[in-house]
Structures are given as C-alpha cells and as structure tokens.
Design a protein around this ligand. Structure first.
Ligand code: LLP
Length: 436
C-alpha cells in the first residue's frame, strides 16, 4: 500500500521511501509485498478457488528473483519459465517442479534436458523441431513429459480493440489457418515419449477487455471441436496465455480481473456445452498484472536543464538501463516526488535518464511539484519488465531490489558493484604489458 506520511513523504509498505533511498541508495526498485500478494489472490480467487482444475501460472519473465518465487509458491500459483536461467532460478528457490511450465520458441536441447531431468509440470511445445527433439530426448531419458502444443490462433489483441487476422505472421506456435496445428496434434498423439494433454495460445499483452479473450476462446473452442471430430482426442487443459492489462497512467482503464475471469470461465463453459466438448481446465499466465503495480523505482534528481519555452529536462541517476520501456515502446508512467509527495507548485517537466543517448527518457511531459537536485522521484508501476529487462549499457550497475511490508524492508537483490561489471572480462596474456 502507498500513502503520504506526516512528513509529506511517500510511504510504501509502511516504509518511508526517502529513508529507503538513503539506506539502500538510488536507483532502487521497491516491491510492495502486500500489493503483490493481493494481485496473486485476485487471480487465485477468480480462476482457481472454485475450480481446482484451473491453474494460474505467474509469467516470471515479468520479474523474477528467488524471493519472488517463494511468494508465488506461498500464494498457490504456478510458474511460467522461458529459459534455462528462469528454470534454474525456480529450482534454486525450491519451487514445486510439478507447477513449473516451460515456454519458449527455441528451447535448446540442454534446456529441454534440464526440464526432463527435474520432471517439471508442463512443457509447451512451440514447433515441429522442438516436438521431434523433445520426443527423442524423452525416449533416451525414459521420461514421458506432459505437454501442450502452442497454437497461433490468428487473433491479435490491441489493448482495447481486437482484430481477428493479425497474428498469423508470428514466430510463435503452430498456425491454425493452414492446417499446421491440426497436423501437429495428429502427429503428437502418435509420439511415444510425450503425453499431449493440452493446447496453449497467447494473444498479446496489456489487454484491457474480456472481449479480446472471448475472441480467442471462440476460435480455440471451435478448433477443439474440429480436433475432436478428426482425432476423437479432447484437451484436458486449455492455456489461454497472459496479457491482462494494468493502469500505468490515469487514462488506462483495464477491467478488473474478477470481471475478466468471470467472462472467460463463462465463455469456455458455454462453448463446451454448445459444441459437446469436455470442459477443459483453464490455465492463465499473468505476468504484468501480478507484479506491475507492486513495483516502484526511486531515483535521485541530479542535473536540471531548462530550455525556455521548450522543455525542462530533469535528469535522474538511472534510466533505460533499469527501465527501457519508455525508450523501447513509448510506454507511459506516472511519478510522485517522494520527498514532496503533496501536490503543490506543479510544473511540467520531462524525466531523463543518464545514458548517452537522447532516447533515454523515463517520462515525457509530466506535471510534478517544482524539482530541485537531490529530490527523490518515485516512478510507479515499474514492477513488470523493468528489472527483468535491465542492462549494463554504459557499464551502469543494476540497482538493488528491496521488498517492503509492514514497515520492514528486506533486500532481495543486492546492488551490482563495479567488480560485478568486470568479473567475466578476460585480458589475454599477450595484451598485458609486461614492461610496465
Ligand atoms: N504467456 C506468454 C506465452 C507470453 O508470451 C507472455 C508475455 C505472458 C504469458 C505474460 O504476459 P503479461 O501478462 O505479462 O502481459 N516486455 C514487454 C512485454 C512482453 C510480453 C511477452 N510475453 C513489455 O514490457 O511491455
């Protein structure tokens, strides 16, 4: 939870953010544990509580550390991983392997071997190449993994509206439109070393309305009917992917997850009845909507440059290395001045990062209380795809992450050091000047 304390400072999880910035330095990622757990519970209660056959899988690409895995486990959610590194992190956190789902369009033989060795819950097979090597590896290792096939349904969601033809041109999944998906199912059903139990699809990210999901469900359920007619096989589990949107700025107006869940469950039921199909367990894979609004980044203001009548640039001590979303997607964010959280003396400014390129901006044109060097700016809703997409561009060290709750702060990722930056560098002997 966030509020303004008696000093006029922003408080998150009962911790004064100005104090946090002094104690841990800036930039600093702050994760509000209560908000994170609240988001997990909304999903759990909406999708799973009354329907044990359903499952909610947190898309860990949004933000993952070993401590986060522990919270996800405690809240009864599963984990979607997309690389050996994410899988390794989950395993190191002792995450229950049966509730780990492995995604990705180009998993390596090593990654698949790792998944088979640990017996993770589901492998979502993306393409023919993977289908064949997985079957081969499973045979060699005497395993029989439960798999889904990823289907490319030809629906692409664009935030509010949806179009039904877009996503055919995609690197992900078996396309529905040309019979590829049906062929893959027939083929997979005959493979000896895998157990096909479901289908997966994903239509995009930052989706605000259940209508996009209903378009996806309509296509998938009709496809399941065709599959049943042709093969007599029926899915046990239908994975609808993630993409549930969140509000970054006031204009964003996503429907509550309770509403979207109700509509999704209703729609799957109606189609199952109408088409005489077995009711599948519904799987969803939220990432952003679990962690996004639980994260805030604290920055310290440095240089301020005013170009009269044009723009006032307020530079902070981070930027595209800790949040690339503004530069990469034109993403919008809101901010609060942590040490002047009361809304007074507004002026329009743009918040710039410290990297050596003009596109390194965090927020264009925002009204904030008049800023001075040394002020602490809190950019909100930075939990998803910020730390997980962070880089060392310009050899900038990645910030620490602290988890706050009930007035306590625990560091869950240490700030990188300059030594971390060079720890994998090697100087070949011949470049070492021995005469020095
Ligand atoms: N499932 C699959 C198969 C996905 O590809 C994704 C996201 C998710 C679930 C989770 O989606 P979410 O609920 O977080 O929207 N870096 C971009 C977002 C990329 C999303 C990629 N796939 C951003 O910062 O907006």
């Amino acid at each position: 939870s966030m509020h303004i304390n008696s000093k006029g400072h922003l408080e998150i999880g009962g911790c004064d953010t100005v104090k946090l910035s002094k104690q841990y330095g800036t930039p600093l990622y702050v994760i509000d544990e209560e908000q994170l757990r609240k988001n997990c519970r909304s999903f759990y209660n909406s999708f799973k509580a009354d329907y044990p056959e359903n499952n909610v899988i947190y898309a860990s690409k949004a933000f993952m550390t070993t401590a986060i895995c522990k919270i996800i486990e405690e809240e009864g959610l599963g984990l979607d991983v997309v690389s050996g590194g994410e899988l390794y992190t989950a395993l190191k956190a002792d995450f229950p392997v049966k509730n780990i789902f492995f995604h990705g369009n180009n998993k390596s033989a090593e990654e698949l071997t790792m998944a088979l060795e640990y017996g993770i819950g589901r492998i979502i097979v993306d393409n023919w190449f993977e289908l064949n090597i997985l079957n081969e590896l499973s045979g060699k290792m005497k395993k029989k993994p439960n798999i889904y096939l990823r289907i490319s349904p030809g629906v692409e969601a664009h935030t509010h509206e949806y179009i039904k033809t877009g996503q055919i041109d995609s690197k992900f999944g078996f396309p529905l439109f040309n019979g590829d998906a049906l062929d893959a199912i027939k083929y997979a059903l005959n493979l000896e070393n895998i157990n096909l139990i479901g289908l997966h699809c994903h239509i995009g990210s930052q989706i605000f309305s259940y209508k996009s999901y209903n378009a996806e469900i309509e296509i998938m359920m009709n496809f399941l009917k065709t599959v049943k007619d042709v093969t007599s096989w029926e899915v046990e589990e239908l994975d609808l992917g993630g993409g549930f949107g969140i509000a970054y700025v006031d204009e964003d107006d996503p429907q509550p997850i309770e509403t979207i869940a109700k509509e999704i469950i209703k729609s799957v039921k109606e189609f199952s009845n109408a088409l005489n199909l077995r009711l599948p367990g519904i799987i969803v894979e939220p990432g952003r909507s679990i962690i996004g609004n639980a994260g805030t980044t604290l920055y310290k203001v440095g240089a301020i440059k005013n170009i009269p009548n044009i723009r006032k640039y307020v530079s902070v001590d981070g930027g595209m290395t800790d949040n690339i979303r503004t530069a990469l997607y034109g993403a919008k964010y809101s901010a609060i001045v942590a040490n002047k959280a009361k809304k007074i003396n507004f002026e329009k400014v743009s918040i710039a990062g410290k990297c050596c390129e003009s596109g390194d901006m965090l927020i264009w044109d925002i009204e904030l209380p008049q800023l001075e060097s040394g002020d602490i700016i809190a950019i909100t809703c930075t939990g998803a795809y910020n730390y997980s997409m962070a880089s060392n561009y310009n050899r900038i060290t990645r910030p620490a992450v602290v988890l706050v709750q009930n007035g306590n702060a625990d560091m869950i990722v240490a700030r990188e050091t300059y030594d971390d930056l060079i720890k994998n560098d090697i100087i070949p002997d011949r470049l070492i000047n021995k005469n020095k």
